[in-house]
Design a protein around this ligand. Structure first.
Ligand code: NAD
Ligand code: 6OD
Length: 495
């Protein structure tokens, strides 16, 4: 059945909500802006309180109906069909992601969309492999008892997502939540509603039972997001976004003691030793600082370099930053996109100004590129490398979420670890060294949820993912995800 709303492919699409198996328009609309040139490419329909109620109710009905009765094997098959249909509509997902974020199409093609598809495949397979626990217990009469667990869903799960890797991060939560049998009410970022709307079309096309997947568009505070987090019918919240937003959601969820899974901000460090493969380290650190215009929670914003290669490394990193080519998403040579929005550029530029005030030497960047074409109406910014800041500077302490990093020297391992760990965040870290004993020794000393050695962003989806401190609560990934989205019931049978 074709979806009852405009396709995201029309020139000015109307992006509808998807509730109880139907596409629902509302009269409150907001603009979906392409940050390449500031043009409006779609309008999204904001979901108000009534529609939030309907979506939660639809989720409850799905749990008590067709979706709730679907055996795990059939759920797994359905999630595989979602992945297959996404693959058929691959180019449309790329176009939606590019229109919302302005990122290079090559990035959406090689990262966002394939990972979005892989998330459904991986959790479909894991569900089939996931067993329960079973223990035999002895009893006084000698006949014993059998204890085993049943994996049950939590109920209706609110999935609240950011804009930086829209499809990748949304599917990272939706796939395991649905695999575990939950109904979901998904709120993508107001900046990036398009790929989530396409995903709703896919859910509809492959026959996901009505109410199992619901999509609501809207904002956070005082809007759809907050309505969801305060809703009595929501049984759990899974959230990726800023640490400050996590705090607000935690408060909203406190009254009903909802389970929370939080993937929050980072101020990630890279440590480069003099024994590293120099070219690989420069390339890897540059990628980790500037990929997706620095808008990845795992991006490196603090680089610590062993003193004897410091000057050479800074010069090479700055050259690498200058070589990035800001261009139209579909130009094959483009290696840098814009920031997500004018507002976000204001925030990042305020750090560029603050950096100077705090005493940074601007090795490269620090401003806004001028193109003399429609891109001047977009949210472009120069990739920037700083040196010379005190470790106490706000620019070294606070997450900026743009293409900027500060590089500082160190003299020995202990100093490097002390500097890297001196943060209120604890999401990711990277070590660049050819001494694998040192890498192993230091990986255990780094206060981070993931430590890369001579690489960045590479990860098996079955491994735990998450942070400590302000970077989050809990772990997602593989069985960690399935376990968060499940409520085990223990059955004890007296034999
Ligand atoms: P954000 O916190 O502003 O928004 C994220 C989502 O939360 C959006 O959908 C927004 O509408 C919603 N929201 C905002 N306030 C809300 C409220 N009071 N109640 C309910 N919902 C609310 O984050 P962002 O700007 O979209 O994304 C960038 C941030 O996300 C960065 O801090 C980045 O580090 C973090 N992030 C973390 C991870 C991770 O895995 N740890 C991954 C990606 C992004
Ligand atoms: O790799 C992942 O699964 C993941 N959640 C990445 C998060 C990136 C943050 O922007």
């Amino acid at each position: 059945m074709p979806p009852a709303h405009d396709s995201v492919r029309t020139p000015l699409a109307r992006l509808c909500n998807y509730v109880g198996g139907e596409f629902v328009a509302t009269s409150a609309r907001f603009a979906d802006i392409n940050p390449v040139d500031g043009s409006v490419h779609a309008e999204a329909c904001e979901a108000g309180p009534d529609l939030v109620d309907r979506a939660v109710e639809a989720g409850r009905e799905a749990l008590g109906g067709g979706w709730g009765r679907l055996p795990a094997e059939d759920r797994s098959r359905l999630l595989r069909r979602v992945a297959a249909r996404m693959t058929e509509r691959f180019d449309e997902f790329v176009a939606a992601e590019v229109a919302d974020t302005g990122k290079p199409a090559s990035l959406a093609r090689t990262l966002d969309v394939p990972r979005g598809i892989a998330n459904f495949e991986v959790f479909a397979d894991l569900l089939r492999a996931a067993g329960g626990e079973c223990f035999e217990t002895s009893t006084a009469d000698g006949r014993g008892a059998l204890n085993y667990t049943l994996r049950k869903p939590l109920g209706v799960v609110a999935v609240i997502c950011p804009w930086n890797l829209p499809l990748l991060l949304l599917s990272w939560k939706v796939a395991p939540a649905m695999a575990a049998g939950n109904a979901v009410v998904v709120k993508p970022s107001e900046e990036t509603p398009a790929s989530a709307t396409l995903l709703a079309e896919v859910m509809h096309e492959v026959g996901v039972p009505p109410g199992a997947f619901n999509l609501l568009h809207g904002f956070g505070p005082g809007s759809t997001g907050e309505l969801l987090t305060r809703h009595d019918g929501i049984d759990a919240i899974t959230f990726t976004g800023e640490s400050g937003t996590g705090r607000a959601i935690m408060r909203a969820a406190a009254d009903s003691v909802k389970p929370l899974s939080f993937e929050l901000g980072g101020k990630n460090a890279a440590i480069v030793f003099a024994d590293a493969d120099f070219a690989a380290a420069v390339e890897g650190v540059a990628r980790s600082a500037f990929a997706n215009c620095g808008q990845v929670c795992l991006c490196t914003e603090r680089v610590y370099v062993e003193r004897r290669i410091f000057d050479r490394f800074v010069a090479a990193l700055a050259a690498r930053a200058r070589a990035l080519l800001p261009g139209l998403p579909n130009d094959p040579g483009t290696s840098l996109g814009p920031l997500i929005s004018a507002n976000h550029r204001e925030k990042v530029l305020s750090y560029y100004t603050l950096g100077r005030k705090e005493g940074a030497s601007v090795v490269t960047g620090g401003g806004v590129p001028q193109f003399g074409d429609p891109r001047d109406g977009g949210s472009w910014i120069e990739p920037t490398v700083w040196t010379g800041l005190a470790e106490t500077a706000r620019c070294v302490k606070e997450e900026i979420f743009g293409p900027v990093c500060h590089v500082a020297p160190f003299d020995d391992e202990d100093e490097a670890i002390g500097l890297a760990n001196d943060s209120r965040y604890g999401l990711a870290a990277a070590l660049w060294t050819t001494d694998l004993s040192r890498a192993h020794r230091l990986a255990g000393r780094l206060a981070a949820g993931i430590v890369w050695v001579n690489t960045w962003f590479l990860r098996d989806l079955r491994t735990p993912f998450g942070g400590i401190r302000l970077s989050g609560i809990g772990r997602e990934g593989g069985m960690h995800s399935l376990n968060f989205y499940s409520a085990p019931t223990t059955v004890c049978i007296k034999l």
